[in-house]
Design a protein around this ligand. Structure first.
Ligand code: PBG
Length: 339
């Protein structure tokens, strides 16, 4: 209001040429000048699939997230697609009796993931289906690799299994394979084999800078996939490292990744920012289970405004440079944004 300035006669006011607040004064201006926007097109919805029929089971540490049997998963997918979500990422809950030391179930052409991909593509060919390429849901020990008698995770034998898994997913009709294991050379090996078999259009979303993070706890509850011994520090990255993220990104780009990913997202916004500046291809960020659980827990206690915190958090990932965000909040956000 002019009256406020007219009566305020200090030297500061007279000399103040730059008043950034001028542009924040009205809602219209704020909206027009927003540098970053979150839309449903940015979102990928991770979903959990289990064997059986007619069941959905809530994940205790991830309220609002469920393991679905295929029939119910299909109805849920139809619903989220109607809300505007264009892509889902599938994670399987594998029964204990099908797990073994070498993850042989992972490339079963009739396995849970392969059957699910076929059913989704049959029901709704337009939705983008992304499958996880990693051994951990399928191994009895819970690691993302083949383990030798000394507990060492073997790189190259693991890559061989990852390639078979990616091929079986491509044969089932998946749109995007997403290696999340952090073995060396897996992107190149998968690209090479897919091309050789004629799957040149199957894209690779590479979990390139994936950190050995404590934020994955609730996800491991969801899949019953926590490692039975040791930790994942010999393959996932040290949270202290940033330059190493660029090295991993560079390698995955050279090996043929179509999209690179940083994971987790919130504690690694600086990495997303650096990766975006470095890479000339799309960057994805994974807003992981622990990040989801923290917001849910605080909201359930009435300590934060859940909707506002969700939108602010995801927007921060966009601002940092993420083109795509994998988030368990996708459905809630879609509901908020269509309103
Ligand atoms: C495993 C995998 C993990 C997640 C996605 N794929 C867990 C891990 O590396 O132990 C975590 C996702 C989340 O926490 O939301 N290959």
């Amino acid at each position: 209001m002019p009256s406020e300035n007219a009566t305020f006669n200090s030297a500061v006011a007279k000399n103040l040429v730059h008043r950034p607040r001028r542009l924040r004064r009205t809602a219209t201006l704020r909206r027009m000048l927003q540098e970053n926007v979150l839309t449903v097109d940015d979102l990928i919805y991770p979903m959990f699939i289990m064997e059986g029929e007619g069941q959905k089971v809530e994940i205790t540490s991830m309220p609002g997230c469920y393991r679905y049997t295929l029939d119910l998963l299909l109805s849920e997918i139809a619903e989220v697609y109607r809300l505007g979500i264009s892509a889902i990422a599938l994670f399987p809950v594998i029964p204990e009796n099908l797990k073994d030391d070498t993850a042989s179930e992972s490339f079963n052409p009739d396995g849970l993931v392969q059957r699910t991909v076929k059913a989704i593509k049959q029901m709704l060919p337009e939705i983008l289906v992304i499958t996880d390429v990693a051994l951990d849901p399928f191994t009895s020990h819970g690691h993302d690799g083949i383990v030798d008698e000394n507990g060492v995770i073997l790189n190259d034998p693991t890559v061989e299994v990852l390639v078979k898994m990616a091929v079986s997913q491509a044969q089932a009709g998946v749109d995007v394979v997403a290696p999340s294991d952090m073995m060396d050379g897996r992107v190149g090996a998968i690209r090479h084999k897919l091309d050789e078999l004629g799957f040149t259009d199957v894209r690779i979303l590479a979990y390139s800078a994936k950190y050995a993070s404590a934020y994955y706890g609730p996800f491991r509850d969801a899949l019953d996939s926590a490692p039975k011994f040791g930790d994942k520090k010999t393959y996932q990255m040290d949270p202290a490292n940033a330059k190493e993220a660029i090295k991993e990104i560079a390698l995955d780009i050279a090996e043929g990744a179509d999209i690179v990913m940083v994971k987790p997202a919130l504690a690694y916004l600086d990495i997303i920012c650096q990766v975006k500046a470095y890479a000339n291809l799309p960057v994805a960020a994974y807003n992981v289970s622990g990040e989801y659980a923290m917001i849910k827990a605080a909201a359930q206690n009435g300590w934060i405004d859940e909707k506002k915190v969700i939108l602010e958090t995801l927007l921060s990932m966009k601002r940092a440079g993420a083109d795509l965000i994998l988030t368990y909040f996708a459905k809630e956000v879609a509901l908020m944004l269509v309103k």
